[in-house]
Design a binder for this molecule. Structure first.
Ligand code: ADP
Ligand code: MG
Length: 232
């Protein structure tokens, strides 16, 4: 589907929040690297999609009504084979039905388990005064606990992307602190610029959250993505 088809489809359903698969399709069209996923409608289909993508895999709830998937027990990681996928499928459905009974469950998303990397996030929100603003930070507990993030106003120049990565306190982690795998900083700069360009070209996007992105010494990949559209 194209960007306008995805947006039109969500509008038709009266949604402003896009699902992970829709969000990743939009961002992939802007050249942003994401883990690919497919939607299973049954346990059997989840198993065959797991085989197709190669174990280990990750299963996640696919619902237009659920934004924070882990909060409702909707994410199962590191599933090594068919039995584990089958069990995880049932567990996710049970857990989601318990924690959010009114949520429409449209399937379970299956994707390959990405190799661990340094977790970073790239986000976009709209400031009432400055308009679209891009945020960069370290992912996981570091962002929640320390709010170690930097901001720049869209459209970003290459220099903005360079600076915003280097000015976070956790920057030494990205350089390879104490034996940690160094991150491909040039690649992250490029990713930030692509998000900025995407935002600049798509005014109906209100919010973007790439959380987390796994950064490697060679490239990076967004394993989760959330796009929210403007109300009409
Ligand atoms: P949530 O909607 O709760 O933010 P996520 O899709 O971010 O759900 O998944 C929760 C966590 O699971 C992520 O923070 C990440 O650490 C891990 N994760 C998600 N997808 C993958 C993947 N494809 N490969 C490896 N780890 C993943
Ligand atoms: Mg997430």
């Amino acid at each position: 589907m194209t960007v306008s088809e995805i947006v039109a489809n969500a509008r038709r359903e009266g949604r402003t929040n896009l699902t992970e698969i829709e969000s990743k399709e939009l961002l992939a069209s802007a050249g942003i690297n994401t883990t690919k996923l497919k939607i299973a409608k049954s346990r059997e289909e989840a198993i065959s999609l797991g085989k197709e993508s190669g174990f280990p895999v990750v299963l996640k709830i696919h619902s237009p009504d659920i934004i924070h998937k882990s909060d409702v027990g909707g994410v199962k990681l590191g599933l090594g084979g068919e039995d584990e996928v089958g069990r995880a499928y049932d567990e996710i459905i049970t857990s989601v039905k318990q924690s959010q009974p009114e949520a429409r469950i449209e399937g379970i998303a299956v994707q390959h388990m990405a190799r661990p990397g340094t977790e970073v996030i790239i986000g976009m929100t709209k400031d009432p005064q400055f308009g679209p603003v891009i945020m960069f930070g370290l992912g996981g507990v570091l962002v929640e606990l320390l709010k170690d993030v930097s901001f720049r106003i869209v459209p970003l120049a290459r220099r903005d992307a360079r600076e915003m990565i280097r000015e976070i306190k956790g920057y030494p982690l990205l350089e390879g602190y104490r034996g940690q795998e160094p991150a491909d900083i040039a690649y992250l700069e490029e990713m930030i610029l692509k998000v900025s360009e995407f935002v600049d070209n798509n005014s109906e996007v209100r919010e973007i959250d790439l959380n987390p992105i796994f950064a490697y010494s060679d490239g990076a990949v967004a394993v989760d993505a959330r796009v929210i559209l403007e109300e009409r």
